[in-house]
Ligand binder design. Structure first.
Ligand code: ATP
Ligand code: MG
Ligand code: ZN
Length: 276
């Protein structure tokens, strides 16, 4: 029988044959080169992109009877989770700067109170926070900032501009299943870990009819009963809200964990350059 060398000699041109490792040293070096090349092309040198590793067992030796996710899989899973929660939250674009850290109180007691209430939501003392005021008082800023805090704590959060909520729910009837479907969306509004209902009743038209009001009331009542953190902002005062929905007003003020703040400081734009 021909040796491999003989076979190669027959099929390879002389210059290629010269590159074939011959001696044991040459073969060892070629193996090493191949190994490093393989290592260089893998993204994770720990599991070599297999996605799992053997955990350490007794005596700090790999336990080959068990497998666990490699840390690269865990990191990817965490990145995917973050991206998914962020997408579900649907924060308005270009609002990265609206955080609790950038919220300024500028010596106004009422703004201090708002900030404290936001912090109390974070520590669980307040579950229903309602901010009512005229325009440009930082209500949306706080709503977005709290959503960001929730996301940072790896919890789900949902920001919604209320005038679009009912429209969105109506659109969702088009989809039978999945994340776009009515059932999924409604269930998310009910149970998401923080719901920010921004601008309640800004453009509430009776044309939405009882259907829209019923949906809003169901969401707010359900979250109230289950003590689920909710932030409501509105340009309407409590009396006006009471006229539109006594039920919603009662949920806003009702429990010891509810806090309603009427922000009576001047418009932010008029004070932002004057103060500390
Ligand atoms: N106390 C504050 N500290 C820092 N930025 C603020 C503060 N108040 C308002 N802003 C900024 O001013 C702008 C308007 O604020 P925001 O949209 O939160 O007001 P709003 O009360 O929700 O108004 P509207 O009733 O019109 O919805 C935003 O860019 C926001 O970041
Ligand atoms: Mg707003
Ligand atoms: Zn890995």
């Amino acid at each position: 029988m021909n040796s491999i060398k003989d076979v190669l000699r027959e099929i390879l041109p002389a210059e290629k044959l010269a590159q074939v490792p011959q001696t044991p040293e040459e073969i060892a070096q070629a193996k090493l080169r191949l190994h490093s090349k393989n290592l260089a092309s893998v993204k994770c040198p720990i599991c070599r992109d297999g996605g799992f590793v053997h955990p350490l067992g007794e005596n700090n030796r790999p336990d080959y009877t068990r497998i666990i996710d490699c840390r690269c899989v865990a990191a990817k899973r965490e990145a995917d989770r973050q991206a998914r929660y962020m997408k579900l939250c649907e924060l308005p674009e270009d609002t990265e700067d609206r955080t609790l850290e950038t919220y300024r109180t500028m010596g106004f007691e009422i703004l201090e109170e708002v900030k404290q209430a936001a912090l109390d939501m974070l520590n669980g003392e307040v579950t229903f926070l309602s901010l009512v005021s005229d325009v440009d008082r930082g209500k949306t800023h706080i709503a977005i900032a709290l959503c960001r805090k929730w996301l940072a704590m790896k919890r789900t959060a949902k920001y919604v501009y209320v005038p679009l909520l009912l429209h969105e729910l109506r659109q969702a009837f088009k989809y039978k299943d999945g994340e776009n479907s009515y059932d999924y969306k409604f269930e998310f509004y009910l149970n998401v870990q923080l719901l920010a209902l921004d601008d309640l009743f800004r453009e509430y038209h009776k044309t939405e009819g009882d259907w829209g009001m019923e949906k809003l009331e169901t969401i707010i009542d359900y979250r109230h009963i289950h003590g689920l953190p909710t932030i409501i902002t509105s340009n309407k005062g409590l009396d006006e809200i009471d006229m539109l929905s006594p039920m919603i007003r009662s949920r806003m003020v009702r429990s010891k964990n509810s806090r309603v703040i009427g922000i009576d400081s001047p418009e932010y734009i008029t004070i932002k350059n004057k103060s500390k």
